[in-house]
Design a protein around this ligand. Sequence first.
Ligand code: ZN
Length: 359
Amino acid sequence: MPIDEKFWNPYRMIPVREKIERRPPQTHEKFRGKSGIISCTLENLTPLFVGKNQLNQQAFLTRNGKPVIPGSSLKGMLRSLSEVIGGGCNITDSKGQYNKSLAACNNASNLCIACRMFGMRSNARVHTGNVSVGDALIREDTPETKNFQILLSSCGTRHEPFYRSPKTGQLDGKSRKYYFHQPLRTDSVPNVPEKLKPHAWDIKALLPSHHFDFEVHFSNLTQDELELLMYALVLEEECQSVIGDEKLKLSGPLRHKIGNAKPLGLGSCHITINKLVYLADPKQRFLSLQQSGDVVYEENPLKEEISNLTSRYPADISETMQQLRKMLIWDINDSRDFAYPDYYWFQNPVNSQKILKKI
Ligand SMILES: [Zn+2]
């Protein structure tokens, strides 16, 4: 919410890590590090909508007639989390609009952790990345959808004070935009005001509790890259956060958000890992014809391996991680009212310098 208002603005800017460590990526010529496949399932906790394309945003993207979440969306979500958690560059900021040191990497042989894992392109040189994500295919035969009327843009104006970094009070590129979860939004979105109805879109979103299966392939990851990938997938199961001056206490797991209409509460989802396979060095595969040498983790050994790989993150109480947790926490008893200020609020000169309340 802006200060002096009861409702909560759907997003906040959270501080990024200010130091980016860059080094050469592991290339594919030599087999080094860890390679393998992670099999995952995504379940949506609030309605989910993934628009077909720019021209036809009202239809859910499909493959063979069934809803699909493209691997590129999943990869984008994992990448952006990895940039924040792992201290990576901002891949969308090629020039370093506000801050040169946080700009997208531009030297393919000296990359931040996110570019080493997910790839980068600069001028003629490309690092293809060591992580790829396949499309997520829906498991249910007859998916349940519901029509929602939504506004995709608010008032068309960008209220600059809302975008300042909370710590510095400046537009300095040292923060990222994240949307709160809205657990109350299981089958409704806010009503579109009568006069804005001509601008509203009718979308058919999937109701909660659908399941999508997908695979993440990785090759030649260093240990810290694999740990970051694993954490970006599973996040944390038990978290407590105290939010804002009103000391709102939330507890629950950390969850992801994907797809369109995030400001309206859509797209909250839970990713689980069903299986992890470490692939053997190809040389060993040729030597041993009986066994592939692959190592498969499922059930309890999988849980143990995941908790070993991700153990250092829950202990990280840096400002970046604490603020990120406040945005990703999923508490089913969170009954906050989320809304944007209306047109008249933005037009009122009294509000021109008002910032969002700190969280
Ligand atoms: Zn980078």
